[in-house]
Design a protein around this ligand. Sequence first.
Ligand code: UDP
Length: 238
Amino acid sequence: MSDYKYKRVLLKLSGEALMGNNDFGIDPEVPQKIADELKPAYDAGLEIAVVVGGGNIFRGLSGAAAGMDRAQGDNMGMLATVINSLALQDTFERNGMMCRVMSAIEMHQVSETYIRRRAIRHLEKGRITIFAAGTGNPYFTTDTAAALRACEIGAEVLMKATKVDGIYDCDPVKNPDAVKFDKISYREVLRRNLHVMDATATALCQDNHMPIMVFNLDGDGIFDRALRGESVGTTVVE
Ligand code: UDP
């Protein structure tokens, strides 16, 4: 444990990442890869919280674009995150990692309800704790849920796993000349309108001095290396 820079972290995974090469849903290989990445830090006794999105199943905004009531679509999106959370819990447990799912929307039969003090207790006992159903409110995103929960549980850093390996000055997929930042301020992220996280999530982190580490969870032990203090991706700070 003393080799690690952090003790308690929150990892935000996008729902889309769970699709792997599929167009929808969950490719079982992806949760397994995530479990492999988390295992060394779990075994070392780090306290790991997870928030997963639901974009691989449903997004409220897409529903609204197709004429659906936005809040109704968002409720569906939040339920999608519960499905993803249960899939991750199943994989983590099969890999010998204790795990609890806590949902922001009550559903006693499938998960615990989110209670901040109980979540902290789970973490202290070494259980990976997955926060499902976003914030429990429509018109929010799971990035904001991740920022909120990170602040509530006193995480030292919010680690956001993305498709690219950090924050660039423009989209690196479309622009081969895009320049990657090692460090950038919240203000700069907001001013340049860089889509790292939505503005609500970024502002919440800024107000509460929560560092954000943006990186690509592409294997090779990157999660563990980052927790040991190796500089990976981009860090958003003051
Ligand atoms: N959502 C919501 N409130 C929240 C978090 C999520 O209504 O606090 C809904 C929203 O419709 C969102 C969907 O859940 O589109 C899935 O979350 P998100 O789009 O953040 O997932 P990701 O992009 O990370 O896969």
